[in-house]
Design a binder for this molecule. Structure first.
Ligand SMILES: [Ca+2]
Ligand SMILES: [Ca+2]
Length: 272
């Protein structure tokens, strides 16, 4: 009778281990909530919607010292980002892409949840226009700069904080308040024909202008000022397939437990 119990116990343990192994094989896919926050004080810079993607590393939208091309210009001039999204999709067809937030005013935040395969897409890339400006943006030059997930699928980088000294000038549009988004007519532009460079000091040249949100702009930034944060939160996704296997496995354990009781009863009966 005791040997029956031990054998049934081992079988149950094997069944549980098997179904949890099947479950964790699917656990590389998780729901990731991306929260963006504008960290600057009132009356400072705002941000256009953030274009973002989880990916494998093959999309590089721009480089320091290089001419800005259509993808990053579409993010930096006006913020629409259509060419950025299209170029990302072409370079990395399996990337999980999205856009979060509307016009993100000082102090505001916004969130988006995406389902991400952390094994195939451990890297994070982003681009968003800074306003008021003609062609300023935030984004990562190196596609591999932000690795969010380790090989086991654990989130190892819970947030990215952007400082004023990391704001880019695309070098594609000449500084001109009359043509700058948020304070002027964004449809006007004069080609700059320069290269991508760091530049936040020029933002102060918009001080005193009325913004599209109704406040009078005041930059108030130093290079170390935190201007933007992107935070990540992960929650598990039990997929229907693995959930069914888990349920079947647990039902199997129930069956073994019932059979053990029957075996024990039979043993007890034969002993009489
Ligand atoms: Ca680059
Ligand atoms: Ca410029």
């Amino acid at each position: 009778m005791h040997s029956h119990t031990r054998r049934s116990g081992r079988a149950a343990a094997v069944a549980v281990a098997a179904c949890f192994a099947a479950f964790s094989a699917q656990a590389a896919t998780v729901d990731v909530t991306v929260t963006v926050q504008n960290l600057v004080p009132a009356n400072g810079i705002a941000f256009a919607p953030l274009h973002l993607g989880f990916h494998g590393g093959s999309f590089d939208a721009f480089s320091l010292g290089g001419m800005a091309t259509a993808p990053i210009i579409s993010g930096a001039e006006g913020g629409a980002g259509g060419a950025w999204q299209a170029a990302f999709a072409a370079a990395d067809p399996t990337a999980t892409r999205g856009t979060v937030g509307g016009l993100l005013l000082p102090g505001a935040s916004s969130s988006l949840t995406l389902r991400v395969d952390t094994a195939l897409k451990p890297l994070f890339t982003f681009a968003g226009m800074v306003v008021p400006s003609n062609d300023f943006f935030i984004g990562n030059d190196d596609p591999a700069e932000y690795r969010l997930f380790d090989a086991a699928g654990a989130l190892t980088l819970p947030s990215i904080t952007v400082r004023a000294g990391e704001i880019w000038d695309a070098g594609s549009e000449v500084f001109d308040p009359a043509a700058a988004a948020f304070v002027g007519n964004n449809d006007l532009r004069t080609a700059q024909n320069s290269v991508v460079a760091f530049n936040f000091a020029e933002l102060a040249a918009f001080n005193g202008l009325a913004t599209g949100a109704g406040y009078t702009f005041s930059s108030g930034l130093t290079a170390g000022s935190e201007v933007y944060r992107i935070s990540f939160e992960v929650s598990p996704v039990p997929e229907p397939g693995s959930l069914a296997m888990l349920t079947a496995g647990l039902l199997g354990v129930g069956f073994l437990a019932r059979r053990r009781r029957v075996d024990d009863n039979l043993g007890a009966m034969s002993a009489t």
